[in-house]
Write a protein that binds this ligand. Structure first.
Ligand SMILES: [Zn+2]
Length: 285
C-alpha cells in the first residue's frame, strides 16, 4: 500500500510507467496536454488544439481519449465561472482504485516467458520475430483486461510493437462499442465472435480490422472466408469500401441474420462444406 499522507505522484508524460498503462500514443498526447496544464486547466477546444499540434494529426477524438484516461486518473469536468458552456479538465491525480488496476495489469514473469516460448518468439499477428526481423515483442492480452480479459496464460500472446499499437488504436477508436466488443470477444467460436459483433453493431459499417481483432485468429485469420461462411448460414452482410487518406478500407454491415444452428456455427459450416463437395463430386462423375 502507498503512504496515505503522500499522494502517489503522477507519471511524467514520456515515462515508461505511462506507456505501460496507456499504450496508445495519441491518448498519451492528451495526457501530456492535461499534465502540462495542471496549474491552469484547459477547456476541450484548447486541449484538442494542443493535441493536434503535438501529434500533427487532426480528428483524434480527443474527448473520447480523455474519457479513457479516467480509467486511471481523476480528470473531472469542472465548470468555469462566467462561461455558458465552459468546462475545464484539471488532471488532479490518480483515481482512488488506480493501484488495484495497475496491479491487475501486471503479468507474471513466468507467464511472460511461457507465452513467448509457446508462440516460438514470434508476433501472433504477423509472425515476425526479433531474431529474423528485428521487431520488438510485447505481451498482449488477447481480450483486453478492460473488456473482461484475464492475466491467465491462455489470454496472453506476443505481438510486435506495431501490431500492438494498431490494436490499441483500434480499441481507442471504438471505445463507444466497448460493450459489443466485450460481449463478442469472449465467445468460444470464431463465427460466434464475428457474428455477435455484427449483430451488436447491426446496420453500421464495421471496419474489417475490427472483425480481425474480434475474430482472434492467428496471422490475422481469413475474415473474408469467415464472412462467406456466415453468408452460407443465411446471413446477409453488405460490403463497402471507403477511401481513408491513401488507404482503402473495407467495411461490412449486417442486414439480416439467422439464429445460431444447434451444435454451433462451426459444425454447421463443416456440414455445409461437405454437402457442397459431395454435390460437386456427383456432378463430376
Ligand atoms: Zn506483428
Amino acid at each position: 500500500m502507498t503512504d496515505q499522507n503522500q499522494p502517489r505522484p503522477l507519471p511524467a508524460p514520456g515515462s515508461q510507467e505511462l506507456q505501460g498503462l496507456v499504450p496508445d500514443v495519441e491518448t498519451r498526447a492528451v495526457y501530456q496536454v492535461l499534465y502540462e496544464s495542471r496549474e491552469a486547466p484547459l477547456g476541450m477546444g484548447e486541449i484538442r488544439n494542443r493535441v493536434e499540434l503535438l501529434t500533427g494529426k487532426a480528428n483524434l477524438q480527443t474527448d473520447r481519449r480523455l474519457r479513457s484516461l479516467r480509467t486511471y486518473f481523476d480528470v473531472p469536468a469542472t465548470p468555469v465561472a462566467g462561461k455558458s458552456n465552459g468546462f475545464a479538465y484539471p488532471l488532479l491525480g490518480w483515481k482512488p482504485d488506480a493501484d488495484e488496476r495497475t496491479a491487475r495489469k501486471a503479468i507474471r514473469a513466468a507467464d511472460r516467458a511461457l507465452t513467448l516460448h509457446a508462440y516460438g518468439y514470434r508476433c501472433a499477428a504477423c509472425g515476425r520475430s526479433p531474431k529474423e526481423d528485428g521487431v520488438k515483442l510485447v505481451i498482449d492480452h488477447k481480450v483486453p483486461l478492460d473488456l473482461g480479459g484475464t492475466n491467465d496464460p491462455e489470454n496472453l500472446q506476443p505481438l510486435c510493437v506495431e501490431d500492438n499499437h494498431a490494436k490499441q488504436a483500434l480499441f481507442a477508436d471504438h471505445e463507444e462499442n466497448a460493450g459489443a466488443l466485450r460481449g463478442a470477444m469472449g465467445l468460444p467460436e470464431v463465427h460466434l465472435r464475428i457474428g455477435e459483433l455484427l449483430k451488436a453493431l447491426a446496420g453500421q459499417p464495421v471496419p474489417k480490422e475490427l472483425i480481425v481483432l474480434v475474430a482472434r485468429e492467428e496471422n490475422h485469420g481469413d475474415p473474408t472466408r469467415r464472412l462467406r461462411e456466415l453468408r452460407s448460414l443465411g446471413w446477409k452482410i453488405a460490403f463497402s469500401k471507403r477511401k481513408d487518406g491513401r488507404r482503402v478500407r473495407s467495411f461490412y454491415s449486417l442486414e439480416h441474420w439467422e439464429s445460431w444452428p444447434a451444435g454451433g456455427p462451426q459444425a454447421a459450416v463443416v456440414r455445409l462444406e461437405r454437402a457442397r463437395k459431395r454435390a460437386q463430386r456427383r456432378r463430376d462423375d
